[in-house]
Design a protein around this ligand. Sequence first.
Ligand code: PMT
Length: 416
Amino acid sequence: MDATFDINFPGCIGQMARLLNRNFIIGVTGSIAAYKAAEITRELKREGANVRVIMTDGACEFITPLTLQALSGNPVHTGLLDTDAEAAMGHIELARWADALVIAPASADSIARLVQGRADDLLGACALATPAPVFVAPAMNQEMWAKAATQENIHVLQNRGITILGPDSGSQACGDIGAGRLLDPREIIESLVATFLTGQLAGKHVVITAGPTREPLCPVRYLSNRSSGKMGYALAEACINAGARTTLISGPVHCEAPPGVVLVPVETTQEMLDASMAASDDADIFIGAAAVVDFRPESVATQKIKREGSTTMDLKLVSNPDIIASIAARQVRPSLVVGFAAETNDVTTYARNKLKKKRLDFIFANDVSDSAIGFNSDSNAGTLISADNDITMALSSKRVLAETMIAELAKHLPET
Ligand code: PMT
């Protein structure tokens, strides 16, 4: 095993995790190349991906599930009718979990079964049930590969939108020479990276604010809100995946910053403003996903405020600066300044007012009266509003929503 690889660390050392948090199912079928699934699994983990492996009965004759379990960090799925496995993660759940199903190596028989839509084993059932893209990396004897039956099957799969990776040519385990070898695992990984790493923001700098700000009342108390930072961190991940240099200015949260992001931790609104101004000099896009505390105590007690028998307490608050409006008002400003509006009623009307008042290019209106949307949820939904267009984004994970939003914003950057 590569000395720099730590199986407990799902990223990699000294290299960008280009498939960070992507969910891959590796389907391994009965082929002498089954052992190469170990390298594919290991490389995907190095790229930051989550990997679950499905092995057919044939695959288990060539390589043990234990190897792929150790490398993927997850139990290997083998049987369709295994009640324990189904209780832990059923085949439909597994199929929905995947961002991609990669069948590597794919034997001639497994390809024929895919063409028929067979669902009498776990791999076939998942291939039918997954809405995710399917990749097939064939591996077989050159004669079997060249046969009309296999070639016709491959064309059927391609016509259905399945991506065929390889095969390679060269000397084969059986002694033959010709086409049919499994594509080099590194080439398989590069094809997957090319699919997921969009490059839409290559060469661009995106600055994102995330999480809450905190305004101290005294050394132990503060005013804040329920923002978890999940939305802002998902946007940062989407920007990294789109090839952007990404600065994330974050209030106090428990999220982990995606590798490659420049993280600037802040606490108060003034600190967030200062960091935003400093980072935005050369920014192409500024996104304000933070829930900024609008008012701060006029004075901060130097010692803990005591109750001392009082039943009421007056707090005098003063207005905080508006960070995103300050960025939008800069003489040299980012090409796109994008706000979020957390509203509970008349959502798009209030959002549209903020778009104009703060001189934003876009604002994402989310209705935070719904517990599945906005603060501290894993999902979000809303409308991306600009002066001349509204785009509705359906309920989805914050990760997917962030990707959709970043892809949309990328279209509006001026050509360079
Ligand atoms: O962090 P999560 O738990 O994932 O939740 C996500 C979210 C609900 C925080 C996010 O989706 C969201 O809606 N963020 C904006 C929250 C908000 O407080 O919006 P607002 O309507 O008060 O502010 C409008 C815009 O102005 C926002 O872009 C905000 O960052 C910005 N603003 C507000 C006040 C201020 N003083 N300075 C600002 O820059």
